[in-house]
Design a protein around this ligand. Sequence first.
Ligand SMILES: [Zn+2]
Length: 733
Amino acid sequence: MIAFLTMNRLVLFITLSFTTISQAQILGFSPASAAHEVEIENKFKAIPSADEERRQHRVFTHEPHTAGSKRNNELAEYIAAEWKKQGLEDIVIRRYDVYGTNPKSASLEMIAPTHYQALVREIPIPGDDDSKNPAINGAWLGMSISGEVTAPVIYAHSGNPEDYELLRQHGISVKGKIVLVRYSNPYSYRGFKALTAQREGAAAMLVYSDPQEDGYKKGKVDPDGPWGPEYHVQRGAITYDFMVPGDPQTPGWASVPGAKRIPIEQAVSVPKIMALPLSWHDAKPLLESMDGPAAPKDWQGGLPFQYHLGGERVKAHLKIEMDNGVQPYYVVEGRIRGSEFPDEWVVMGNHRDAWVFGGVDPSSGTASMMELTRSLGELKKQGIRPRRTLVVCSWDGEEIGLTGSTEWGEQFADELGKKAVAYINVDEATSGSDFHGQAVASLAPMLEETTRGLRDPSGKTLYDAWKAVVEREKKEGTRSSQFSASGVVNETLADTRIGSGSDHTVFLNFIGVPVLGLGFEGNYGVYHSAYDDFFWMNQFGDPGYRYHTLMTQLWGVTALRLANADLLPFDFATYAKNIRRFVSELAGENKSVILSGAGSNERAQSKDVSSLDLREVQKAIDNFEAAGKTLNEAMSGKLSSGTLDPQLASTLNQSLMRVERNWLNPDGIPGRPWFKHILYGARYTYAHLELPGLTEAVEKQDWPTAKQQADVLEHLLHKNTDLLRDLNQRLRQ
Ligand SMILES: [Zn+2]
């Protein structure tokens, strides 16, 4: 689950203080170490093969493998066995007994004004033999409740709160009724739609794929093109994991067998509404037959008739039977132990569970991971071990509620807090050729530098290909470059705004581990449907498996740099620029937030209680940036002199790892204590939310809470500034 990244992300453009990187100049490496690193990376990059990527992809896409299914558990065993052959160490399959979700049956019948029995499943596509597989499940949404209802159907557009507001203005209540909503662009997590429908008192929610979003209005549909055909159904979970991810009955601790479980009624992330996804084929008869006011222009979709809001005319009978309950999920874990710092970990992961075959999501990532582990194993056989430990995990139940990674992270939170350098997530490795890289701001320069040393199938460096994507999206307006400080000499391409929706969440938001996310994206209209499969990948996504191969190279080189660096390549000056940007955006959207500069003094001097003064926070950011800049200079000076004492390097690295941990507030953000990071968070829609506690308080105009959150931010900025100053002093001694 991650297909929405390009649609709602903004990219920051930030001044970089680095000049062009020559071969033997790598962030965090002395010249001698860099020369050695280049050799290792060249050996590594030569290993991954497109044929192997394709072979592994076929293994994983051969059968449906939903979380908790027999096939998905067999694939866990398969991964463990392959890793053993490949030379990985300490391979273990970890079991978590979690509250899972499985479909039993679903039926939808329109009973008025005419009769229509919905298919609630997909039909085979010519040429795609896998689409005939009888093991393909029907339409279902994870964590729907079981139930039965006969009621009028109301069209509620995207199912967001403002949509129900509009219905109310037309005198339409959805209480006790069935709401029909559509998947939306920009992406909004379907779980938020379900929660909103539940709060509005609807009896059930149907969510369908309108051809305007991912179907024929976009272009040719499968099997003639990459877009979603008439019968495709977007499955997915509706778990309220924006409140707390993972097993709903063990919020904040691991679901190891025998763990304490809270009663299901107390689990805030479990929905209390029936919900079912539909193809537009099944939604059309309902939409077509509706009466009531004509839908406003932006509610109109791609089907060839006027949409209406609905009234009493269309009635439907919906019945859903689910099998929700405790069942085991399995996380596979392996590693290559570090030769010098076995207790410093670079963690990597991809989820294994798919809604059906998971051609893109996640099996493209799984194939890239299997080729990554094979290549790292090859290096080990050649006598090349990383200096730090590489830990690799195959997560389970990501699609249900980020479940496997969350439970694993919760189980090892203390150890990860001491040992984890970074977490590199690959969910969907490729649905096309457009690279998107995501990183906490301190790792953005390092990620960007890494892409300069890789070749895109187009012949350009991956860096140049990436830059072209960002520039194109800027032009198209799918991204915006709001940041243009004077004197910009270079741009950071990495997306430094990180929401939720994949397995990085526990690392960043619960443990304070810096995260990176990598993916190639393209036109992809079959997300979470039965048509997201091997056929689709070979026709449209990545026919030559070249982007799979490039992903393996990128993933591995990024990990090796983090594992082998003399000094961990964090750039806190860049982090400071991002934080400043986040704060100024908050002030830009809320007139009651006071920053230094023209126009705000008068308001500030009035000591207005209904406002928030962030000038001290601004000063703290300035100090953090200055300390980060000085540290960057001290680190690169020490490295280029080749006189870095290994003992000193080791203690410095331990401290460098603490900076991200320090952004955690043990109390969490107000109302969502599991989410502890004060800079990064997610809205209920999964969209990125910077300065989450502060921003939500400002949006609610809850000034006492906003002030308290601002104090936390200021305090942690001071704490990290002191840490950087101390490091700087030790480096200059
Ligand atoms: Zn996924």
